[in-house]
Design a protein around this ligand. Structure first.
Ligand SMILES: Cc1cc2nc3c(=O)[nH]c(=O)nc-3n(C[C@H](O)[C@H](O)[C@H](O)COP(=O)(O)OP(=O)(O)OC[C@H]3O[C@@H](n4cnc5c(N)ncnc54)[C@H](O)[C@@H]3O)c2cc1C
Length: 467
């Protein structure tokens, strides 16, 4: 098995030629810092909204090589978080957000079609299934909130038989199916957007960390090692690195991690269990386990139980962590007994920017010239297309559906996580307790009282963990 930072998808897609770093002093209208999905979609929407706008996008590494190019490729809407959205923002605002996020799933497919991007986009739907009695009905609160709000088309309850008709695995019980969901090969999508940006005239630089951003009343001034950028506006789209920028963002996210493995092609096994529709599936753990197939018959399998990064500093553990990947491999065989002894070709991981509300948001920083989106908490592939649109509209001063979504400049964006070192110590303890509780539940054992009490702390202090 190749256990690397960048993983399978980027290797499969084949990275495009490296673009040079900035070695000049330049002026641009909007500077986008970070070339993940948030930054790339922001740049794309800026050009769609105002073709004359000069946009420069700079990445510290290679564009599309961060979590955006190496995630599970689940393109979900925010219907999966409808109850949470409703609790925080009210029914009407929650509906607006969920509907806009549903549109994003469709629009990503349309973008691939129109721009000739072969990102394996498949409108497959998303299944959230129970794999033990403790998980049974975990989706009901969300389903009931959607039903009360009159949403009928979006989610469908499945009993064990209906789940088995989609994917027949011994541990699977009932579940829910969300219709507005797709899968992609994330690196192919990322490199496809990069190409579309080049064609649209966005100036791109790679291997070029932006070292400082000064956003004052007279404009934005950013520095790189060998250059500088004067801009009217800046979009900060640096993902988990935002935890390193100044307040208030730093206080609003915890950096956790998720890790994945991918099998050798096993089309006969996929056929045997009847999982031929390509559905994206996850269980109902708080430390989520998620899986999907590929067109050549592989199973990509991930687990959101990686380590918490102290102070947002990851020291490489978010990307490569043999201990966590061992556990991912064990979970894989627990769910897919037929994979015992089959080869895992790649393993990799990446940081997760987790917000206290478990929902992303877009904010305008006090200067009025800097904008950022963060807090996707493992559901960023679809929502980053929507928030990229919100950031672009906000940066251009356009007042529309996207700049006025409840996730834009919400009071809850500033919900604080505890300061360091308490954030790391507390987060690590809670992660361990949830892991033990969920292992006991997987064996239909009662978790210990202390473990249950610690695992319950987030709920008591108003932090949302899990879908
Ligand atoms: C293993 C894993 C599996 C996941 N699975 C899913 C999934 O199936 N579905 C889903 O919806 N979400 C998933 N996610 C989450 C999803 O990948 C993210 O929410 C999403 O990619 C975030 O995109 P982003 O653009 O905000 O950040 P990123 O992808 O992190 O991009 C940020 C970019 O900023 C650059 N950068 C950082 N600092 C600087 C600087 N100083 N100067 C210039 N550039 C800088 C980085 O190099 C990077 O390219 C997963 C994440 C991981 C790690």
């Amino acid at each position: 098995m190749l256990h690397t930072a960048h993983g399978y998808w980027i290797a499969e897609a084949g990275a495009p030629d490296v673009l040079p770093p900035l070695d000049d002093d330049i002026e641009t209208d909007v500077l986008v810092v970070g070339g993940g999905f948030t930054g790339m979609w922001s740049a794309w929407h800026l050009k769609q909204l105002d073709p004359g706008c000069r946009v420069t996008l700079i990445d510290s590494d290679r564009i599309g090589h961060g979590p955006s190019g190496r995630n599970g490729g689940f393109v979900d809407s925010l219907w999966v978080s409808f109850a949470r959205l409703e609790q925080i923002y009210g029914t009407e605002a929650a509906l607006e957000v969920a509907e806009a996020s549903e549109d994003s799933v469709r629009q990503i497919g349309e973008f691939c079609e129109a721009q000739d991007v072969d990102a394996w986009f498949g409108h497959t739907g998303y299944l959230n299934v129970s794999t033990n009695t403790a998980q049974d009905g975990a989706w009901l609160e969300n389903f009931e909130a959607m039903t009360r709000a009159g949403v009928k088309h979006e989610a469908e309850l499945l009993d064990a038989q209906a789940v088995a008709a989609i994917c027949d695995l011994p541990r699977f019980r009932g579940g829910i199916r969300y219709a507005a969901a797709a899968t992609v090969q994330p690196a192919r999508l990322g490199f496809g957007i990069r190409r579309a940006l080049e064609n649209a005239g966005v100036i791109l630089h790679e291997n070029c960390p932006v070292l400082s951003v000064d956003d004052g009343p007279s404009g934005v001034f950013a520095k790189t090692a060998n250059g500088s950028i004067k801009a009217e506006r800046v979009i900060l789209a640096t993902g988990s690195s935002l935890a390193g920028y100044g307040s208030p963002i730093r206080q609003s996210t915890t950096i956790a991690s998720s890790h994945m493995v991918i099998t050798e092609p096993v089309p006969e096994l996929i056929e045997e269990i009847g999982w031929t529709g390509g559905e994206a599936i996850s269980d109902c753990r708080a430390l989520l386990t998620y899986f999907r197939t590929t067109p050549d018959g592989r199973i990509a399998f991930g687990w959101g139980g990686g380590r918490i990064a102290a102070g947002g500093r990851r020291h490489g553990h978010a990307e490569v962590d043999a201990e966590v990947v061992d556990q991912v491999g064990r979970h894989l065989v627990e769910y897919f007994p037929g994979l015992a002894g089959r080869e895992l070709e790649y393993a990799w991981g990446g940081p997760i920017d987790a917000s206290a509300t478990h929902l992303p948001c877009a904010v305008k920083l006090p200067s009025g010239r800097a904008f950022a989106a963060f807090g996707y908490t493992g559901n960023g592939v679809g929502p980053s297309q929507m928030l990229g649109r919100s950031l672009a509209a906000s940066a251009l001063g356009i007042d529309d559906r996207y700049s006025s979504l409840a996730l834009v400049q919400p009071a809850s964006a500033l919900t604080r996580v505890p300061p360091e070192p308490f954030r790391w110590i507390g987060g690590t303890l809670i992660r361990e307790a949830i892991g033990r509780k969920e292992s006991a539940e997987a064996e239909e054992r009662q978790p210990g009282m202390v473990v249950s009490a610690i695992a319950n702390i987030p709920r008591l202090i108003g932090f949302h963990i899990g879908r």
